[in-house]
Design a protein around this ligand. Structure first.
Ligand code: C2E
Ligand code: CA
Ligand code: CA
Ligand code: CA
Length: 279
């Protein structure tokens, strides 16, 4: 039994060591990727109930030299833990702002909006507001076309400080969306204290439409509350006609999901804006 225990311990240590090595490798690869321009944005359209595309959420992808296109779940947690999410997040913001500025000179596209995800860690940086201002100055992007998606974890314990930063950014014209609404440690009290413009119904709720009447009630409640607070509501992860019909019945504002489009490279997103050309 003693030697079995020893074996188990050696196995455990080897597994731990392998995990640590893999993480260290991934971390140095991430640093190299940031320096070597291996990141890119995909665009997922956001549409009205008439099917008009009002803009997109930009979603980060890593074009890895050997592993191909890596989605965020493969690296975002480590980027958070190591703090790399901060420079990475500012790269995302700058790339999105460059695109907005580019569209500003194109008649059919100057009204497009881009939603950019901001991690709690990035938002909490002391000079966050100043650095966003610098990105806007450098790129010349119209701040009113930019929406920052925040999560509830960012608000936690610090409503006043969060509100203050958001108000400085809102004064520049930037708008805010509360992402994954209802899935975090929510407190409804922050809803009245933060200058929010939009909330996003999480896809984990949307995916239960038709299956779970209690979740349907939660969605109805979220949409109703948003309407009373004069906030837009975006439903995320809309995959079926049935989900869409339910959301439309309850007068959701905007829709995002595979039913309309997956997140796609820029050229494909732009092709969606000119359907007559690809038809
Ligand atoms: P999120 O912000 O909640 O983004 C929505 C996720 O749902 C995206 O996953 C999107 O591809 C996926 N999605 C959209 N519609 C559907 C659908 O109809 N069905 C299903 N099954 N999924 C759908 P993605 O692109 O893998 O991103 C995952 C998460 O990674 C994001 O969740 C966000 O938390 C994080 N992330 C992505 N890009 C960034 C970024 O630039 N900065 C930060 N901080 N986080 C990012
Ligand atoms: Ca998001
Ligand atoms: Ca979400
Ligand atoms: Ca999410």
């Amino acid at each position: 039994a003693k030697s079995e225990g020893g074996n188990a311990m050696r196995f455990f240590e080897a597994a731990m060591q392998a995990t640590i090595t893999a993480r260290a490798t991934l971390e140095s690869e991430l640093r190299a990727a940031l320096a070597g321009h291996q990141f890119l944005l995909h665009y997922q359209s956001q549409v009205t109930s008439e099917g008009r595309i009002v803009g997109a959420e930009v979603l980060l992808r890593w074009q890895h030299p050997t592993r191909g296109l890596v989605p965020p779940f493969g690296f975002i947690d480590l980027a958070e833990e190591t703090g790399l999410i901060v420079p990475l997040g500012f790269w995302v913001l700058e790339d999105a702002c460059k695109q907005l500025e580019h569209w500003a000179h194109h008649p059919g596209r100057r009204d497009l909006e881009l939603a950019v995800n901001v991690s709690a860690r990035q938002f909490r940086e002391e000079d966050f507001v100043q650095r966003v201002r610098e990105v806007l100055d450098r790129t010349g992007a119209d701040p009113t076309r930019l929406k920052l998606e925040l999560t509830e974890s960012l608000v936690q314990n610090n409503v006043a400080a969060t509100a203050e930063k958001m108000k400085s950014l809102a004064a520049m014209g930037i708008r805010f969306s509360m992402d994954d609404f209802g899935t975090g440690y929510s407190s409804l009290s922050y809803m009245t204290q933060l200058p929010l413009n939009q909330i996003k119904v999480d896809k984990s709720f949307v995916q239960k439409i038709g299956d779970d009447p209690k979740v349907e009630l939660i969605i109805q409640t979220i949409i109703g509350m948003a309407r009373n607070l004069e906030l837009e509501v975006v439903a995320e992860g809309v995959e079926t006609r049935q989900q869409l019909a339910f959301l439309e019945k309850h007068r959701c504002t905007l829709y995002q999901g595979y039913l309309f489009s997956k997140p796609v490279p820029l050229a494909e997103f732009e092709a969606q804006l000119d359907p007559e050309i690809i038809a």
